[in-house]
Write a protein that binds this ligand. Structure first.
Ligand SMILES: NC(=O)c1ccc[n+]([C@@H]2O[C@H](COP(=O)([O-])OP(=O)(O)OC[C@H]3O[C@@H](n4cnc5c(N)ncnc54)[C@H](OP(=O)(O)O)[C@@H]3O)[C@@H](O)[C@H]2O)c1
Length: 246
């Protein structure tokens, strides 16, 4: 399926996962709005992903740090699109911060980890789900990670365990809320590392079998698919490729 005439918003567009999603949706003919907190990172994204001026890529600078800024981003996206409706949103904001052991970590660090990986994604859902819910064929996709399901392999990663588990739990809540709506909300919970474009290691220095462009077709597969309200645990690039094969 081509995504010609489809409008996709990628929040966290400049990140490892988001950047490949932007490129693959453009390759499939979609109009893509990339959202980032930084204009310069959006410029870097264009260079890194070889986004030509002739391609239907629009960028919006904004932050989902609180309700007011989320509303501003929503307005800016709508203005950029000039009234065109949105079909697909991918919210892939935040990564995982290192910390000391739980009882030695200042609570502010846990709050920051949730601001940067849970609350901003919830604010994105609050901003965009109301318009997607009645739109035929629309999707809203979040991204978490396999740390959610295990004791942290290294205690310094415990914030990732809590953040990802919370995002997975949020999926269940948003899935229940949208169960009778047209939008298909899902979360991809990745149990493996993904490298930036052309790389072979992720941000932790963990060796990976592939980069963002190898993962990204899975997101287009979900948009074409039938999954609804699911936590899609993906254990390998091979499994991600199965999601793409639609
Ligand atoms: N990469 C991996 O190997 C891997 C593996 C398993 C799971 N995951 C999960 O995949 C998701 C995305 O990971 P990623 O590797 O794409 O991370 P990333 O490269 O750090 O990208 C995340 C993007 O989120 C944006 N963002 C917006 N608001 C933010 C905030 N308040 N705090 C931090 N970032 C914010 C940042 O873009 P701006 O600065 O431009 O706004 C950033 O580029 C995370 O949930 C992560 O846990 C990743």
């Amino acid at each position: 399926m081509s995504f010609q005439n489809r409008v996709v918003v990628v929040i966290g567009a400049t990140g490892v996962v988001g950047s490949g999603v932007v490129r693959k949706y453009l390759d499939a003919g979609a109009t893509v709005v990339g959202v980032s907190r930084s204009a310069s990172k959006l410029e870097q994204l264009k260079q890194q992903m070889k986004i030509q001026a002739s391609e239907p890529f629009l960028s919006v600078v904004g932050d989902f740090k609180d309700e007011a800024s989320a509303t501003e981003v929503k307005k800016a996206v709508a203005a950029t699109l000039g009234g065109k409706a949105i079909d697909h949103v991918v919210s892939v904001q935040g990564f995982v911060a290192f910390a000391k052991a739980p009882t030695s970590t200042p609570t502010e660090e846990l709050k920051a980890a949730l601001d940067d990986g849970l609350f901003n994604n919830l604010l994105a859902a609050k901003a965009f789900l109301p318009d997607l819910k009645d739109r035929e064929g629309s999707t809203f996709t979040l991204v978490s990670g396999g740390l959610a399901h295990m004791p942290p392999p290294n205690i310094s990663l415990w914030l990732g365990t809590v953040k990802n588990a919370a995002l997975n739990a949020l999926t269940l809540a948003l899935a229940a809320e949208t169960a009778n709506d047209k939008v298909r909300l899902n979360t991809v919970c990745m149990h493996f590392g993904v490298a930036p474009l052309g790389g072979d290691k992720n941000q932790f220095g963990m060796s990976t079998e592939g980069d963002t462009l190898r993962l990204a077709p899975a997101f287009l597969g979900i948009a074409r698919g039938t999954q609804k309200g699911q936590l899609l645990c993906v254990n390998s690039f091979a499994e991600a490729e199965k999601l793409s094969a639609r």
